[in-house]
Design a protein around this ligand. Structure first.
Ligand code: C2G
Length: 717
């Protein structure tokens, strides 16, 4: 075997599949892989052993938890090939990696260095459109290399060269054992060949809560210490070498990592790093300091000449000044400051409720129906405040405020009750006696938070934020047993889960005449011509098609021209895009057939006004099924959405209460044959409702009010 690939493995069972598959698909087969178990759990080993690979794969045992450095050393001791390549078990290689690197390993070459790219995605997403997604997410494509980027990953080493130079990883280090190793390897007279071709994919972990990578572990002090240790070791051992790039990197590290640590650290902790820092600054050459920009130079010189304490005091003072200036010059900063330092210190208003639905974009959904229940059954008991982008006529008294206004922060701090149907702003501070009722906004078909493998949307660290936001929720509502179980798991939610059904579906259980009255009002408001049947088309959004966070594109290839020609005599379409979608369809020539109801406040009223629903992967069908009316699924991008973007909890092909359709023509056919579809899907529709609509009876709002608000009992009277 020419090449030995050394893979340290702890418990990264989520990722090891991609890692081994990328080896399995190598164009060059002349390699073996050694997986070094570093205290791996039984189930993690099973994942590995469950894979069949056609290349030689050996496993070694580290015995106890000793870290990546020790694992690689053990791998090197047991390696037999001519060359060594280190591959982390959460990373993967391009298909031609080994072949390309071997080609560059000419006579006399000791090290080949290929391009490395950081990615948030596994192979499945990366191979198809990973690069495009990375660009949108603007993953840290830094122009400059940082000292912590110095790694052995992306290199192939001649094994003899490592042996002759007695190169091993320092196994006392946790985070950056590569730093010294690679610098030393490159500076012992190695003949190095480089290629810019990206051959190594380094996976960033999208779940720092449950699966943090080493770099995501928040031990800033420990990391700083290791970098300083390595820097001193290199400078001492290779004192003859000019370390221009390394010195510059160290200065940046000092300013960006060490100084901020000192500034926020507790005073008693400081001496521990203080000596080491001064030692590093002492060996920093004068020219390197001169090369730095003036502010940085000033900091370094100050620290070198005096000691660190005056510098820390000075920076703390500067920081305070900066905060003052920011508050005086930026309204956003002032709001946040007042929120944290003034409003949150005022008493809670015991009878105030703050309502927000779909980021303040509409008066709708669960919060609306809870509000109306309170208004009707306990008039005057609570002071209600609604977050709304535009002033609306509301049926009960409520103050209306805009999202992110001064008053928004004021009420977020002072309202005892908070009723939102989505995640709260990141600035939100949970106060001790606050009661946060998270209603959520749908039964999940698409995987959520911790159930998602890949995060392809605008915010790659969505799991981290969503988790911390969910810790503030006192209550979470589930519309059915499936949601209950799913929410518990996907949010890791441990507090009160209200098994009540959805308040937003109460309206669907009104008496027939009342429902008809709502439908008539909607039809006349929208302008639906007399005698026409109504198709409600309500698709969801695509995580990866966006202009920016919360501003997504609309790209569904449903040909409205064909629909008009084929169905226009009998039907009209109410087109309702998801609230994240910023695009509006060009409806010229369609005015009497397609009605854009995207701005209509409450989709539940649109359900009542419609005769059938067309959707895709939106949760709307779980609610619509309560009406027993036909549902069609226009799933033109099913495979992509399911396998690359999001993943589903249900098997769409087996479980949906209506047919999956892929073209406009199929949609036309289905609408013409609704009677047949009803018959064909009767049984599935019935069992679907049994599973997902079973808790709904029109009284969810009452059950919630009774469980969450004081005086809930009054509402029964
Ligand atoms: N919605 C709407 N119009 C659409 C799509 C959705 O008014 N065209 C509303 C519905 O009330 C729907 C809710 O927004 O139930 C959530 O929309 P989804 O399409 O399901 O997507 P998402 O916002 O990603 O929520 O657990 C539910 C999931 O979180 C999905």
């Amino acid at each position: 075997m020419k090449v030995c690939v050394i893979i340290p493995y702890v418990n990264e069972k989520m990722f090891i599949g991609d890692c081994l598959d990328s080896l399995e698909e190598q164009t060059c087969r002349d390699f073996e892989a050694i997986v070094v178990f570093d205290h791996s759990r039984e189930e993690s080993r099973q994942v590995l052993f469950g894979k069949t690979v056609s290349f030689p794969l050996r496993t070694l045992e580290l015995g106890e938890d000793r870290g990546v450095a020790a694992a690689r050393n053990l791998g090197m001791d047991s390696a037999e090939g001519e060359y060594i390549l280190f591959l982390d078990s959460d990373d993967y290689l391009e298909r031609t990696a080994i072949q390309d690197m071997l080609q560059l390993m000419q006579e006399g070459t000791d090290i080949v260095h290929a391009g490395l790219r950081k990615t948030w995605y596994g192979r499945k997403v990366y191979d198809d459109n990973g690069e495009e997604l990375e660009a949108q997410n603007s993953i840290e494509e830094k122009k400059r290399r940082e000292i912590t980027d110095l790694t052995v990953l992306g290199y192939m080493f001649r094994r003899d060269y490592l042996r002759q130079n007695e190169l091993y990883f320092d196994d006392s280090l946790c985070y950056y054992p590569d730093l010294y190793f690679i610098t030393a390897a490159l500076n012992r007279g190695a003949r190095v060949v480089e290629t810019e071709k990206i051959l190594y994919l380094k996976r960033q972990h999208n779940d720092p809560v449950r699966r943090p990578s080493l770099t995501q572990i928040p031990d800033v002090k420990g990391k700083n210490q290791e970098v300083m240790q390595a820097y001193q070791q290199i400078k001492k051992e290779f004192s003859e070498t000019e370390w221009k790039e390394l010195d510059d990197m160290f200065i940046r590290f000092f300013i960006e990592m060490i100084v901020p640590w000192f500034v926020t650290a507790m005073d008693i902790e400081i001496p521990q790093l203080y000596k080491e820092t001064l030692q590093c600054l002492e060996i920093l050459p004068e020219e390197a300091v001169k090369r730095a920009e003036p502010r940085v130079r000033h900091y370094v010189e100050y620290a070198q000449k005096h000691n660190l304490y005056p510098l820390i005091r000075k920076i703390r003072r500067q920081k305070k000044c900066k905060t003052c200036i920011r508050i005086l010059t930026s309204r956003a900063a002032l709001k946040e400051y007042l929120y944290g330092h003034v409003f949150c210190r005022m008493k809670l208003k015991e009878s105030t409720i703050l309502f927000e639905s779909f980021l303040g974009r509409s008066y709708s959904d669960n919060p609306k129906y809870i509000f109306e229940y309170l208004g009707k059954h306990m008039p005057g008991r609570y002071k209600c405040v609604w977050v709304l982008d535009h002033k609306k006529a509301l049926p009960y008294p409520a103050k209306q405020i805009r999202r992110y206004s001064f008053r928004y922060f004021y009420y977020m701090a002072r309202a005892k009750y908070i009723v939102f149907n989505g995640r709260q702003p990141k600035q939100f501070i949970k106060r001790q006696d606050n009661i946060f009722l998270q209603t959520w906004h749908g039964t999940p078909l698409k995987k959520l938070v911790f159930d998602m493998d890949e995060v392809t949307s605008a915010d790659p660290l969505y799991k981290w934020d969503a988790y911390h936001q969910s810790l503030d929720w006192d209550y979470l509502i589930a519309a059915n047993a499936f949601s209950e179980e799913t929410f518990r798991r996907c949010f890791m939610f441990e507090r009160d889960l209200l098994r009540t059904g959805y308040p937003r579906n109460d309206i669907l259980y009104l008496e027939q005449e009342e429902r008809q009255a709502v439908a008539d009002t909607v039809r006349s408001r929208v302008g639906v011509p007399e005698g026409k049947k109504v198709i409600l088309y309500a698709p969801t959004w695509r995580d990866d098609e966006y202009y920016g966070p919360g501003r997504h594109k609309f790209t569904a290839p449903l040909d409205m021209g064909i629909l008009k020609r084929e169905l226009g005599s009998e039907y009209v379409i109410l087109l309702r895009v998801h609230y994240f979608v910023a695009d509006r369809m060009d409806l010229s020539g369609m005015q009497d057939f397609v009605f854009d109801v995207s701005e209509y406040e409450d989709i539940a009223e649109l359900y009542l006004a419609s005769d059938l629903l067309i959707t895709d992967y939106s949760s709307v069908f779980f609610d619509y099924a309560n009406l027993g009316r036909p549902i069609l699924f226009f799933t033109y991008d099913l495979e992509r959405y399911r396998d690359k973007l999001r993943g589903f909890y249900l098997d769409m092909k087996q479980d949906m209460p209506g047919p999956l359709l892929y073209t406009t023509e199929e949609v036309v056919d289905a609408v013409r044959n609704l009677q047949q579809i009803r018959q064909d899907y009767q049984e599935r529709y019935r069992s679907f409702c049994e599973t997902y609509c079973d808790w709904e009876d029109g009284n969810a709002s009452q059950r919630i009010v009774e469980s969450v608000f004081d005086g809930g009992q009054e509402s029964r009277k």
